[in-house]
Design a binder for this molecule. Structure first.
Ligand code: GLA
Ligand code: ZN
Length: 670
């Protein structure tokens, strides 16, 4: 898949803010020269340019942007053109206060910051539409412009009257009648029944905080409102040139919006990755970011773009550490290994002032092109050129799939039980993912939408699938019935899509498939001891959550070691139809999951990036027919290659014994 015929190649570049340097034409000229030297081929322009583009209401100035884009194009640099809706000018906030967001205390913000506009305000929508239309009329057919970058890092929600009204409208559409809403939200609790739609207000600290279903719907609504705003931007620019695709840059572990749903409204997913390397365990960090990348690839089941990353350090973490030698290339290659078609940075050149004056950039305040960072960036640019043959290779089909569902995430976090407020959905899923990632098994992510098709997988994993839709339970039944292998964990199939408990036992509609029924959920204190003892005697520690199972025909593969449920099964397997279903009743630590998945991967013969032993912390990931071999162990490692390869980065032949340096990376083809 290539997102533009204009430049079917890996993008290398980043956020470029020439509007901060309009009084320095010498610097703007030098930028293009230096970009070429750094093997940069594309930059994102205009993300925060509104105040320079519309000087006052209805008074536009595109001359500087014309020059910037032409200058870039003369230098052979492509442009990812942004719509500037992520931050609006002061005059607009002053003239039309309704564009400003209202917080949970019902206070309207004053001018300042960014990403703090109301998504519903008719004035803001009109102003954005006018701006986007003008930008598109002027640039949508410019040869340099290869993609739209809609707004920036969409986030948040608003409590203004427009948004409240829109929320009620959304609910009317979803539920039809107030009675259906009262049922879905279980409003007989604490005398919360509504008798008129006008009584319904957004949940929040000044209003309702105890109705889980309402909170979940508020998050669905917030997603919908952002999606609608984003799609209005998409429609505005594509009205001029329908061929030019749009992206919006997403974020890691982003809880506020359902990203599977938001991604439906864009053509290409992109995201901003800022891993905190060298802050302890880089293997764990790499496992987390590998999962983030795979999620981005999975949202649309197609390659994505790494829109931002730092060439050196960020400035907004408590400790802003530089990337150690090798890490810039390694971290960039990791994105490619999981399906990225770009390595882009925030930012090209450091600004002189304001909040991000010390954020890492390709070009520092000294303006030099011979710094360590500049050289690191240049080597990534060169590496990407060498990897061009991988650019549009068919993606590597995954045989394993993890279900990650946003409504489920919200439902877990709003439910008051277990490790209340600390149920760790993302991190728990990441532990399952990590076992497969370390083995070199490719993984997709899917959610509970109707469009999800599980039939292409051998293994489907449902960690903490607390909210289980009726239709998805049926999909899982069919999957196992037809020969698939399911692994489901504790705290699954407990509530329906409104967050109301299923009656008749958990996991809902899967008890016969799993051969086990979940009864009570026990939460452990950190000092409590519990473990899973496998039938072969191996023992693995358990923390946080343990469920007490009741057997309905499954075979026990491991049992609890401690407490009043000692000897009751904790890991089970059940044959059902042509397939089988595992149930894991407790939060087993990583080593336990590794052991469980090693057995399953062998049994299902899941394909791996390399069929040989690798040192711990050296990870092989297959993409497009190449093996990305990555050393996150923090030290040099000896790898003994059992087959002959060529490293596409260096062109060197690789065989036999080989020392990989700390943070080393190779892209191997046979
Ligand atoms: C985000 C934003 C950028 C910049 C970077 C800094 O990703 O999109 O504008 O603020 O963070 O890391
Ligand atoms: Zn609003």
């Amino acid at each position: 898949m290539t997102f533009t015929p204009k430049f079917p190649n890996f993008l290398h570049g980043g956020d470029y803010n020439p509007d901060q340097w309009l009084d320095r034409p010498d610097i703007l000229d030098r930028d293009v020269e230096m970009m070429r030297k750094a093997h940069v081929n594309a930059v994102s322009v205009g993300i925060f340019s509104w105040a320079r583009l519309e000087i006052e209401d209805g008074v536009y100035d595109f001359t500087w942007l014309d020059e910037v884009i032409d200058r870039l194009w003369r230098g052979g640099i492509h442009v990812v053109l942004a719509t500037p809706s992520g931050a609006r000018p002061a005059w607009m906030a002053q003239k039309y206060p309704e564009v400003l967001r209202v917080n949970e205390q019902y206070q309207r913000y004053h001018f300042g910051g960014r990403h703090n506009h109301c998504f519903t305000s008719p004035v803001y929508r009109r102003k954005v539409h006018e701006m986007d239309t003008r930008l598109a009329q002027r640039y949508a057919n410019h040869p340099a412009v290869i993609l739209w970058h809609l707004s920036n890092e969409f986030s948040g929600h608003c409590y203004c009257d427009y948004c409240q009204e829109a929320f009620r409208g959304w609910l009317k559409k979803r539920y039809g009648t107030l009675e259906a809403l009262n049922q879905a939200w279980w409003t007989s609790f604490w005398a919360h029944r509504y008798t008129d739609w006008s009584q319904v207000e957004a949940p929040g600290p000044m209003a309702e905080t105890s109705t889980n279903g309402m909170y979940i719907d508020w998050r669905r609504f917030a997603t919908g409102q952002c999606k609608d705003f984003m799609m209005a931007e998409r429609d505005a620019v594509q009205a001029i040139n329908p061929e030019l695709k749009v992206t919006a840059n997403l974020m890691e572990r982003f809880w506020d919006y359902d990203y599977f749903s938001l991604a439906e409204g864009m053509d290409v997913v992109s995201w901003d990755a800022y891993p905190m390397w060298h802050s302890g365990d880089d293997v764990a960090r790499a496992a987390e970011f590998a999962m983030n990348h795979d999620m981005m690839r999975s949202f649309k089941d197609q390659p994505f773009l790494l829109m931002e990353s730092t060439p050196s350090q960020v400035n907004w973490k408590p400790v802003n550490k530089l990337k150690r030698s090798g890490m810039h290339l390694l971290s960039s290659m990791q994105a490619l290994a999981h399906g990225s078609q770009s390595v882009m940075y925030f930012q090209w050149r450091k600004g002189r002032g304001a909040a991000e004056q010390f954020h890492g950039a390709v070009v520092d305040h000294d303006g030099r092109d011979d710094t360590r960072v500049f050289k690191d960036v240049t080597s990534v640019g060169k590496a990407l050129e060498g990897l061009r043959p991988l650019y549009d290779k068919e993606k590597s089909p995954a045989q394993a799939c993890i279900i990650y569902d946003w409504s489920n995430w919200w439902a877990i976090d709003y439910a008051q039980t277990g490790q209340k407020g600390n149920m760790q959905y993302f991190d728990s899923v990441n532990m399952h993912y990590r076992s497969l990632w370390e083995m070199g098994v490719n993984v997709d992510f899917r959610d509970e939408r109707e469009c999800t098709d599980l039939s292409r997988y051998k293994l489907v994993i449902c960690p903490m699938l607390f909210m289980l839709k009726e239709s998805f339970a049926q999909k899982l039944r069919d999957f196992v019935e037809n020969g698939g292998t399911l692994l489901m964990t504790y705290f699954s199939g407990v509530v329906d899509e409104s967050g109301n408990a299923w009656l008749g036992g958990a996991p809902h509609n899967l008890i016969d498939v799993l051969g086990v029924r979940a009864t009570e959920l026990d939460a452990l204190f950190p000092e409590d001891k519990q473990a899973l003892r496998m039938t072969d005697g191996r023992s693995f520690p358990i923390h946080e959550l343990c469920e007490i199972p009741e057997m309905h025909g499954a075979e026990g593969l491991g049992a609890y070691e401690e407490d009043f449920y000692a000897d009751l099964p904790c890991l089970t397997r059940n044959r059902f139809g042509k397939g089988q279903a595992y149930y894991l009743a407790a939060k087993v630590e990583q080593e336990g999951l590794d052991a469980i998945y090693a057995d399953i991967a062998d049994e299902l013969e899941l394909s791996r990036a390399m069929n040989q032993e690798l040192p711990r912390g050296v990870i092989a990931t297959e993409r497009g027919g190449a093996v990305f071999l990555q050393n996150y162990s923090g030290k040099a490692q000896q790898v003994v290659f059992e087959e002959k390869y060529t490293d596409m980065i260096t062109g060197a032949a690789v065989e036999g014994e080989h020392i990989m340096p700390a943070n080393g990376v190779m892209v191997l083809v046979k």
